[in-house]
Design a protein around this ligand. Sequence first.
Ligand code: NAP
Length: 220
Amino acid sequence: MKIGVLGTGMVGVTISNKLLEKSHSVKMGSRTSENEKAIEWLLGAEKNASAGTFEDAAKFGELLIVCTKGENTVEALQQAGTENLKGKIILDVSNPLDFSQGSPAFLIPTLSNTNSVGEEVQKAFPDAKIVKTLNTMWCGIMVNPASLGAGEHNVFMSGNDAEAKLMAKKFLNVNFDWKPDNIIDLGDITTSRGTEAFLPLWLRIWGAIGTGAFNIKIVK
Ligand SMILES: NC(=O)c1ccc[n+]([C@@H]2O[C@H](COP(=O)([O-])OP(=O)(O)OC[C@H]3O[C@@H](n4cnc5c(N)ncnc54)[C@H](OP(=O)(O)O)[C@@H]3O)[C@@H](O)[C@H]2O)c1
């Protein structure tokens, strides 16, 4: 499958590498076509890897994964071009964190509590199918859940389009080995408010236990 990954940070690189391993073709996008981090990734990447602008990646991808800073996610997708998003599933991994005052970061007020990045993206691009997912864990766990507790922990999903969420569930299962029973569909895109709001707690747990390699397990 041709996949556009928008974002050159740790998440973009980790997800892109895993998708290449699974024999997908990946184009990594950023604000410029000569982004240093994208070029560095490309030099070390397997075949079927390419890089370009957000627009190039969005045009290329049959499915898109957006891993940009949460405050810039809508802007990055605007740069990608509305027409290149139309009808496509977009997995949104971003969180509205403000690191301007150092760590731990806090939630950006206009994008939290009664709002979320997921909702803002769906509002801005009504013809795209946004599925918020994977944003509640460190990227090493996103693509390798089995590295922790035999993979028996949870990932969440929020989105308005039921079919898109089913596709996303299959995608997470086939490519990242998430067990279907451990993928929890929380409901429509407004449920992103909950998963994005987990981040301040995530950061405090990280601070307390000294590792980002942990996850949530729902016990009933
Ligand atoms: N790190 C993790 O393990 C983790 C886990 C869960 C969720 N997340 C979320 O995933 C997202 C990516 O995290 P990350 O640590 O990989 O990278 P990041 O440093 O948070 O974001 C990097 C990306 O944001 C883009 N960006 C920055 N300013 C921009 C602007 N003004 N307009 C458009 N795009 C802009 C950058 O574009 P350029 O390439 O052009 O510079 C780059 O591709 C974040 O929202 C984060 O909260 C991260």
